[in-house]
Design a protein around this ligand. Structure first.
Ligand code: PLP
Length: 392
């Protein structure tokens, strides 16, 4: 696929269609090889001089991984994309390609916990400082921007699902010469294309909706050729967290159904969120669509990850243990429904903790609504709410 294909084709076409595959295959083959040999001395020289594009070594490039990267770039409307071994590898590569000792990062609060820990431990040790803002507060962002090198966004945020105004923030950042990076894992390119709104780099944990089947850990960064080129030249070869060909193949397979999975996720997630909102056991629900953030411009749909707070006096532990269909686990974006309470996150050993540091209530419970029947999921939740209430 090509960078401007999203202007020509709908996402479903980009997901289903491939061109120029070896042997006229309909599925990109898995190039399970570490190196690629040269037919001649002259061909090797041309490749090393950068005059001929060809695969050399799978740490720096592999055709199966490149097929995934091209599809992601087309979906995000990006000139280029780069795959990684995980979402965190993509996040750290995007940030490390832009910052140096003495630089300052501005980051939205409630950012993904390991991104927060990366900023607060490794980057701090290398002399990069990070400040945090409420991403919904444009005036606060504008006040904090002078002197900032990189603005890190995640919309909606982890745990609290706070949505940022990407176009307005991108305008402010441009005016201050600040590079913008956004984690777009929650919405996926089906529901949000941040580059369209002026954001510079988009990162994904491909382990979530892009994979969609909870069988892959991977990541990707998309953006302008020049910015991805910097990652390719200065970060990926040395940190070496490349996307492996088999994982890329699994991602390509998962992507075929991304659009229909996202639409199914939206419907099921909303049904469950609306049901919870009516329950006396529930204090509030944090879901971007219920908060009116699905505006058809920035956010054209909602995925099925959101949180809610149990009212005081109910037992989070009894609620979680009574669930049968919602399994207790981290991650999300696969076929299966999952539950994870902030109460457990707050007890995580070692290092800074964004849920605790930004005041996420221990009564907050995150749900990922999978592809099971909504009727069955609601019955599961109803039984668990009853169990949470028992003995109050
Ligand atoms: C899971 C996740 C990540 C990290 O991705 P990995 O693939 O686990 O490294 C980053 N951002 C968000 C929002 C996530 O949920």
């Amino acid at each position: 696929m090509r960078p401007d294909d999203i202007d020509i084709f709908d996402p479903g076409t980009i997901l289903a269609h491939d061109e120029d595959l070896p042997g006229d295959a309909v599925v990109p083959p898995i190039f399970q090889t570490s190196l690629f040999t040269f037919p001649s001395y002259a061909a090797a020289v041309a490749a090393f001089r950068g005059e001929a594009k060809r695969s050399v070594y799978s740490r720096v490039g592999n055709p199966t991984s490149a097929a995934f990267e091209a599809k992601l770039a087309a979906l995000e409307g990006a000139e280029a994309a780069r795959g990684f071994a995980s979402g965190m590898a993509a996040i750290s590569a995007a940030v490390l390609s832009q910052v140096a000792a003495g630089d300052r990062i501005l980051c939205v609060r409630h950012v993904y916990p390991d991104a927060y820990r990366f900023f607060e431990t490794t980057l701090r040790r290398f002399g990069v400082r990070t400040d945090y803002v409420d991403g919904r507060d444009l005036a606060a962002i504008e006040r904090a921007l002078p002197g900032v090198r990189l603005l890190y966004l995640e919309s909606p945020t982890s745990w609290m699902f706070e949505v940022q105004d990407l176009a307005a923030i991108a305008r402010l950042a441009r005016a201050h010469g600040v590079v913008t990076v956004i984690d777009n894992s929650w919405a996926s390119p089906i529901f949000q294309r941040p580059l369209r709104h002026g954001i510079d780099l988009v990162v994904h944990s491909a382990s979530k909706y892009l994979s969609g089947h909870s069988d892959t850990v991977a990541g990707v960064v998309a953006g302008r050729r020049e910015l991805i080129g910097r990652i390719n030249a200065e970060v990926l070869p040395f940190l070496g967290a490349k996307l492996a060909p088999f994982e890329a193949w699994l991602l390509l397979r998962g992507l075929r159904t991304l659009e229909i999975r996202m639409k199914a996720a939206q419907a099921r997630g909303l049904a469950v969120a609306r049901w919870l909102e009516q329950r006396p056991e529930v204090l509030r629900v944090h879901h971007p669509a219920l908060a009116g953030a699905v505006d058809g411009v920035q956010l054209t749909g909602a995925s099925s990850l959101f949180s809610f707070e149990l009212v005081q006096g109910l037992s989070v532990q009894r609620f979680v243990d009574a669930l049968r269909l919602f399994k207790l686990g981290v991650s999300w974006g696969g076929h299966e429904s999952l539950v994870f309470p902030a109460e457990i996150t707050h007890q995580q050993a070692g290092g800074p903790n964004s849920a605790r540091d930004f005041g996420v209530s221990p009564r907050t419970i995150r749900l990922h609504v999978g592809l099971e029947s909504t009727k069955d999921l609601l019955a599961d939740l109803e039984a668990a709410l009853a169990a949470a209430t028992d003995g109050r």
